[in-house]
Write a protein that binds this ligand. Structure first.
Ligand SMILES: Nc1ncnc2c1ncn2[C@@H]1O[C@H](COP(=O)(O)OP(=O)(O)O)[C@@H](O)[C@H]1O
Ligand code: SF4
Ligand SMILES: [Mg+2]
Length: 353
């Protein structure tokens, strides 16, 4: 594999503690569990008498195979939560399709059994008045599924996520951050989903607890064949948890490909900038020439041409006039940049240290 000298191979302490999550031995052939086809979402602009709508997600095509894990990465405001909500049927889709097991979703109740959300703020998403035992078996009641022995089901679910049975009698405020996250996982797994959508699964956790949660997710994937859609801005985690990565910018996919390849040689300057901005143990490894400039533009004022051109370190005249397509750059890889094929080969990035 070619390595990109621009990208540090060193791992953060978090990542060093992790067992490998990437698992290419798992078959991902056949119909994808989740298939987004040209998905677009517009939201009302709001305001008195305004009927204008803003494009939030634009023409997103992504799929997650059986037992596969796809990381969705992008700065705040890039549309990650809107995408997760659209998948779960919590957000109306303007155009395009969401297919689950190759079929359009017609039964939302069924979808919410087959696909579970793991929330970012685990403690806040757990009702404070219910015991852990009730919380993790609540999905059975919500979905009117048979639950002959709630105590036993609670014990089994707790064991699955590595918690002792006594935790069933506790309340959420009595749990540590790591325990609360595990309870959130147990609840997500109650109805044996095949896809878990995890929104920042490690945010707000200590480094050692982060590793614990990710190792648990890796075990569950191996044991239950779970597929994951992981939403995060933590690239150190993406390296370890995702087979593939999709990078969003202003609601569009700007790069997609196998994680190892994208990290070794990013094809889009935005991806290269995100990777270059990762904290490095040695500050001399920081790449000032790839530094991303300024803030994400507002969706109210999308730049003309390439929407990344206002921040791109490699901008050319062409970029200000003409919007690039999502070009194939290698098998299984795509990037939305006029010069994507040169980026992957490192021509643009060949800078001496
Ligand atoms: N209910 C809403 N009405 C109008 N705009 C919204 C609404 N929710 C989110 N947005 C806008 O949609 C864009 C994407 O938001 P979001 O999906 O939350 O991004 P992310 O999760 O990546 O931070 C942002 O520009 C945000 O301001
Ligand atoms: S098309 Fe131009 S502005 Fe857009 S990412 Fe590529 S080089 Fe940068
Ligand atoms: Mg969000």
């Amino acid at each position: 594999m070619t390595t990109n000298p621009l990208v540090s191979r060193s791992l953060t302490p978090t990542a060093n503690n992790l067992i490998s999550f990437n698992n290419r031995d798992l078959p991902t052939v056949g119909t994808p569990v989740l298939d987004l086809q040209n998905l677009s979402v517009d939201l009302p602009l709001g305001g008195f008498l305004s009927r204008a709508r803003l494009p939030i997600l634009q023409d997103i095509s992504l799929s997650v195979g059986r037992g596969e894990s796809l990381a969705l990465v992008g700065e705040s405001g890039s549309g990650k939560t809107t995408l997760a909500r659209a998948v779960m049927g919590l957000q109306a889709v303007t155009s395009g399709r969401v297919l689950f097991d190759g079929q359009p979703v017609t039964d939302l109740a069924r979808l919410r059994r087959d696909a579970a959300m793991m929330f970012q703020d685990a403690t806040a998403s757990l009702s404070p008045r219910l015991t852990v035992g009730s919380l993790i078996t609540e999905p059975f009641r919500i979905h009117r599924q048979p639950l002959p022995d709630p105590a036993r089901t609670a014990r089994d679910l707790l064991a699955t996520v590595g918690l002792p049975p006594a935790i069933a009698d506790r309340y959420p405020h009595e749990l540590s951050g790591g325990q609360a996250r595990r309870v959130g996982v147990a609840r997500a797994l109650a109805l044996k989903p095949r896809l878990v959508i995890a929104d920042e699964p490690t945010a707000g956790l200590d480094v050692s607890v982060q590793a614990e949660v990710l190792n648990l997710m890796a075990d569950l994937r191996r044991d239950m064949g779970l597929a994951y859609l992981i939403i995060t801005h933590n690239l150190a985690l993406v390296r370890h948890v995702a087979d593939r990565i999709a990078v969003l910018y202003l609601g569009r996919v700007v790069e997609e490909g196998p994680t190892a390849q994208v990290f070794a040689a990013p094809a889009h300057p935005y991806t290269a900038s995100l990777i270059a901005a990762e904290p490095k143990p040695d500050p001399r490894q920081r790449r000032a020439d790839l530094a991303i400039r300024g803030e994400v533009p507002s969706v109210l004022r999308r730049p003309k041409g390439c929407e990344f051109h206002t921040r791109c370190p490699l901008v050319q005249d062409l970029c200000r006039q003409t919007a690039p397509q999502l070009y194939p750059t290698a098998p299984d890889r795509k990037a939305r940049c006029h010069f994507a094929n040169q980026q992957t080969q490192g021509e643009h990035h060949a800078v001496d240290h």
